[in-house]
Write a protein that binds this ligand. Structure first.
Ligand code: BGC
Ligand code: ZN
Length: 355
């Protein structure tokens, strides 16, 4: 923990924000073991924190969408400077084609684990006051939102599901979420809201708190210690969508064998580099080709994914207010940073509260 200069507005399009909550995730913990992330060039350190909620305290003269008092969440990635990068020039730095983007709190740009931060208006999303206590979950939820946006685009390749106009698009389809961490649980909520019959496949046997939590919002929890991948496929029927939120390569490729006909597999995990492992390559390859499967990775999120995350968080808040609040397993002061960042990982989403 150190003293960091308080940032000031230097451009008309900037907003100065008082930090309220910052979520801790696996990425932060990896940065703290020095296997991931980098400080800004010329800096001896990187300010952590990429999952934030704040309150506007001051706006530059050119800012029109926000006023002091508004609650906002910032996005993470900032565009590369290369004029030939088509995605970055169109505000789609989540698809940066030069790989020279920066990420706040992760990659060459200070994050939000400070009492105040400054950012440009276009990187902020408005948070309705009724979501104040849960809006720190917006950034991890954008992982699912961008993943789903890609699912809809990918599956335009065929007539998919049985939803009629006006019905949730996932109607008639089965989804399996791998992992019951924050990205998995929030992803499962988003899949239910989108009409999928949703299962969470995770290690621990039932009963356990995460199983109880996901079952409280209409998801069936299946333990991989009790149900093999073959049995999972039999139980679910056709697995139309797999949403990987576990980050473990062995499990990820093992479950890939169970993906159904015309299915889509979304990967969100970023494992640290490790030695190669054996996978059922011929079975997987036969399936991908013969069953028309698609595999997509999803990283970071654009402004639209942030807006959908706010909308979905509002829907979760109406349908499952208690379950939603249980995703935040602890709120502590900054003094507790060591436990949260380098101690034993416990709970679901741990949050540092600044106010
Ligand atoms: C963040 C993403 C980021 C990714 C890779 C994740 O934890 O949520 O915004 O792109 O890490 O750095
Ligand atoms: Zn994160």
């Amino acid at each position: 923990m150190l003293e960091h200069p308080s940032p000031l507005i230097t451009k008309p399009n900037q907003v100065r924000i008082r930090t309220l909550d910052v979520g801790i995730c696996g990425t932060d913990r990896e940065i703290c073991t020095f296997v991931y992330g980098a400080p800004p060039s010329g800096s001896e350190y990187l300010v952590l924190g990429h999952e934030a909620l704040g309150q506007v305290v001051e706006v530059g003269s050119g800012v029109s969408r926000f006023k002091p008092g508004d609650f906002v969440v910032p996005s993470v990635r900032r565009p590369c400077p290369d004029l030939s990068c088509v995605p970055c020039r169109q505000d789609r730095q989540d698809f940066c084609s030069t790989w020279t983007f920066t990420e706040r709190g992760i990659n060459q740009y200070h994050g939000y684990m400070t009492e105040y931060f400054v950012d440009e208006e276009k990187y902020l999303t408005f948070v309705p006051p009724e979501l104040r206590d849960v809006a720190v979950l917006v950034e991890p939820l954008t992982v699912a939102e961008k993943g789903l946006a890609q699912v809809w685009k990918t599956q335009q390749r065929l007539p998919w599901g049985s939803a009629k106009p006006g019905e949730p698009r996932g109607k008639g389809l089965n989804a399996v979420v791998l992992g019951a961490g924050p990205v998995g649980i929030l992803g499962a909520m988003a899949l239910v809201v989108n009409g999928f019959k949703t299962y969470v496949y995770s290690r621990s046997k039932k009963p356990n708190p995460k199983a109880a939590l996901v079952e409280s919002f209409g998801v069936e929890y299946i333990s991989s210690e009790e149900v093999s991948v073959e049995q999972l496929a039999e139980k679910v029927g056709s697995i139309d969508l797999i949403y990987e939120a576990v980050g473990v390569p062995g499990i990820t490729f093992d479950v890939m064998r169970a993906l159904g006909i015309n299915g889509v597999y979304v990967m969100t995990g970023i494992p640290a580099p490790k030695s190669p492992i054996p996978v059922a390559a011929s079975q997987i390859m036969r399936n991908i080709v013969l069953k028309n499967q698609a595999i997509v990775g999803t990283v970071n999120a654009d402004a639209e994914a942030f807006s959908s995350a706010i909308a979905d968080l509002g829907a979760f808040n109406k349908r499952w207010p208690t379950a939603l609040r249980q995703v935040i397993s602890s709120r502590s002061r900054l003094d507790n940073y060591q436990d949260l960042l380098v101690g034993k990982a416990t709970g679901i989403k741990n949050v540092i509260a600044f106010d």
